[in-house]
Ligand binder design. Structure first.
Ligand SMILES: *[C@@H]1O[C@H](CO)[C@@H](O)[C@H](O)[C@H]1NC(C)=O
Ligand SMILES: *[C@@H]1O[C@H](CO)[C@@H](O)[C@H](O)[C@H]1NC(C)=O
Length: 203
């Protein structure tokens, strides 16, 4: 009995060591560290019904969404992955870590995006704010090009951007869109796909 226990304990420790040394799965979500989890939100696993609304579950992949909904490819700008993305139909919205547990923040890494108003639409300026746990606010403006008639549908696609290390310690990220030329209304929605971020807990 005692011998069996020792052998099992040794096997267990070899297995544990091997498992730890093994390759880290590259498909999200995966763990960097017990207190961190990286996600790539693709929205393809979420129910979509017509007519909507199609709110996201709360939380979805660790974040709570405001004004963003699940939306499906309609033959215009293709989604980056699968056939669904998240859309803020009025062009503004945000996502945040849930209020509880209190000690969590996230680091924003990248996403694909499009302003989706149809043909034609002016150049779109997307303001992105990061609200940090520290009270600091970071801001970027990214643009999505104007879309003119006379193109084949294959010419239209999402653009993508990555975020610098300053986009960490975040409680919330908010968005709004406006015409890039005169700050007027875009009459468009803001679509996001493949949103990559890491939720950090207990810090
Ligand atoms: C997120 O959006 C909601 C709805 O507009 C708003 O009430 C809330 O204040 C926003 N949160 C942040 C942190 O901006
Ligand atoms: C950005 O989107 C426009 C409009 O669909 C497209 O023409 C362009 O190729 C995209 N750029 C990148 C780098 O994906």
């Amino acid at each position: 009995m005692k011998g069996t226990f020792v052998v099992l304990a040794v096997l267990h420790s070899i297995f544990a060591t091997t498992a730890l040394a093994g390759p880290v799965a590259n498909t999200p979500p995966y763990h960097h560290h017990p207190s961190q989890k990286t996600y790539v939100a693709q929205y393809d696993d979420l129910p979509f019904v017509e007519p909507g609304p199609n709110p996201l579950p709360s939380p979805y992949n660790g974040l709570v969404y405001n004004l963003f909904q699940v939306d499906q490819y309609d033959g215009f700008i293709p989604t980056t992955s699968g056939n669904q993305w998240t859309m803020a139909f009025g062009g503004s919205g945000n996502f945040s870590v849930p209020a509880t547990p209190a000690k969590q923040t996230f680091t924003l890494s990248s996403f694909s995006y499009a302003c989706d108003g149809g043909i034609s639409q002016p150049e779109c300026a997307i303001s992105v704010w990061g609200f940090k746990d520290s009270g600091q606010v970071v801001k970027r403006v990214i643009t999505y090009p104007r879309l003119d008639p006379g193109h084949v549908i294959e010419d239209f696609k999402m653009n993508a951007t990555t975020f610098s290390r300053g986009w960490s310690g975040l409680k919330s990220v908010g968005f709004s869109i406006a015409r890039a030329d005169n700050a007027g209304d875009m009459f468009a929605g803001l679509a996001l796909d493949d949103v990559r971020y890491t939720v950090v807990r207990g810090r």
